[in-house]
Design a protein around this ligand. Structure first.
Ligand SMILES: Nc1ncnc2c1ncn2[C@@H]1O[C@H](COP(=O)(O)OP(=O)(O)OP(=O)(O)O)[C@@H](O)[C@H]1O
Ligand SMILES: [Mg+2]
Length: 456
């Protein structure tokens, strides 16, 4: 491995150990510098750039674990390797939990230290490169992976851009499947918190008690079943973003507690007495109208205002039909890549079915329809019969000659199938009346429905 003269800080109170490590690492081509205490290490770290720190755990004054904590709050990305004495596994485990990259047990071979250092620096290089590429990508393709050429979505992107770097709480509203979570993630991605966690909590799926312990964590023994202390989402999201989904479903008791964290920036774990400071940016989402919930008394008005500092309303897909075609193309490409199928186009007929449909399930419904179509499609281009029945449209016969030509039998079958679908839709599913209207026996209709997979 080539070494680019990376700078390593060695912290140990024993002079012999310091000298040994400096010698071994300098011979490898690193710039090795030694400090004899945690305090001296912190002084040096403040003034110089180091790529790695190796620290002994047992030292008088600030021990290695305390130093590790200081180093991590100074620069979370700086890799730290700790040195433990033989037989003190607990402190090694503690160090790894606190964010150390690895540990070495005394006495160690020089090869061991060389390898550990090389691996730690290699990983750091990869992480730095990854951060750089992510940043590049973000700058070159703003809102990568989010389709939204319509004016309505362009306005949404503008708001996202202007609030992302602030700490303002954001409430994202809109019907189910409009992309609320995607927008919440892009707010985090474009904020200064992007390298810190984005944590999600969905309120809909959780009972009152569980919700509180999910939000704030709990102490061991706080309730039956609390076998160990557990961190809540607020703690996990520290310095990052917490996305509270379906916030309209949050019970009033939990709303009171959430309000307190927003106002005072602190909370306690369930069953705990220690007050924990919180630095979390909140993004909440709801597909219920929260103002109505406030009027009904189901949602606290003060909490509503605290969450709704900035509101981003995602328009339903039917109100931005110009996004349908690019979205369909986006999902076609995605599922084509995933499945490796040779589907590359959407036929004009199929497209007109997509454009005419109302999309009550919004983008998610379109995404599902495209996934299914890619799987069912027999040729290169998606035809109306690859779409879910409801989308094929009840009053429209979507018939077309496949690009590759087609047999008359197949085309007629397609026509027959669509006529049956339409008749059944018009007769609200009554097979007797549909058979009458089509002039065939009910048993014949049943047979054909089975053949065209209309019964499942
Ligand atoms: N503009 C878009 N571009 C690309 N993909 C999108 C877009 N909007 C939504 N999607 C995709 O559609 C799916 C649904 O989006 P998302 O989960 O963000 O919706 P939601 O509003 O949170 O829905 P729900 O209220 O049901 O939770 C996701 O797979 C998402 O990636
Ligand atoms: Mg969602």
């Amino acid at each position: 491995m080539t070494v680019a003269g990376e700078k390593i800080l060695i912290v140990d109170d024993e002079e012999g150990m310091r000298r040994l490590l400096v010698r071994v690492l300098a011979r490898e081509g690193y710039q090795a510098v030694a400090a004899e205490s945690g305090a001296e290490a912190m002084r040096r770290i403040g003034g110089e750039n180091f790529d790695l720190v190796i620290t002994d755990i047992q030292m008088p004054g600030m021990n290695g674990l305390a130093l590790l904590e200081e180093l991590k709050s100074f620069d979370p990305a700086l890799p730290v390797v700790v040195i433990t004495a033989y037989g003190t596994v607990e402190s090694a485990v503690q160090a790894l939990r606190a964010g150390a990259y690895d540990y070495l047990t005394k006495p160690f071979e020089t090869d061991e230290i060389k390898l550990t250092v090389a691996k730690a620096l290699e990983r750091e290089r990869l992480l730095a490169e990854n951060r750089y590429l992510q940043q590049e990508l973000l700058e070159r393709y703003p809102f990568a992976g989010i389709v939204g050429g319509s004016q309505a979505m362009q306005r949404v992107f503008e708001v996202v851009d202007s609030v992302a770097t602030s700490n303002a709480n954001v409430l994202v509203t809109g019907e189910s499947g409009t992309g609320k979570e995607l927008i919440a993630r892009s707010i985090h991605q474009r904020s200064n918190r992007r390298d810190l966690p984005f944590i999600v909590l969905n309120c809909a799926a959780l009972s009152e008690g569980v919700l509180e312990s999910e939000l704030f964590g709990h102490e061991k023994g706080a309730f039956t079943g609390a076998l160990a202390t557990r961190k809540g989402r607020f703690e996990l999201a520290h310095q990052g973003t917490l996305f509270i989904d379906e916030v309209g479903e949050m019970p009033l008791s939990a709303q009171v507690k959430l309000l307190r964290v927003i106002q005072e920036h602190e909370f306690e774990r369930v069953g705990g007495t220690r007050t924990i400071r919180s630095d979390v940016r909140l993004v909440a989402a709801s597909n219920k109208n929260l103002e109505d919930q406030v009027k009904k008394g189901a949602f606290r008005e003060d909490l509503f205002y605290r969450l709704n500092v900035v509101n981003i309303e995602l328009p339903p897909l039917r109100d931005r039909r110009e996004d349908i075609e690019p979205l369909a193309a986006h999902f076609l490409k995605k599922y084509q890549r995933e499945t490796g199928r040779p589907v590359s186009r959407i036929s004009p007929r199929a497209l007109s079915c997509l454009l005419a449909y109302e999309w009550p399930g919004n983008v998610r419904e379109l995404q599902n329809a495209m996934e299914r179509a890619v799987v069912l499609c027999k040729g290169e281009s998606i035809t109306p019969r690859d779409l879910p029945r409801g989308i094929q449209g009840p009053d429209q016969i979507c018939l077309e000659l496949p690009d590759s030509g087609g047999s008359l039998t197949e085309i007629l079958e397609d026509l027959e199938r669509q006529l049956i679908i339409q008749t059944l839709a018009r007769e609200k599913g009554s097979q007797t009346r549909a058979a009458e209207l089509l002039g065939i026996k009910r048993t014949t209709l049943r047979y054909k429905m089975e053949k065209y997979r209309l019964l499942d």
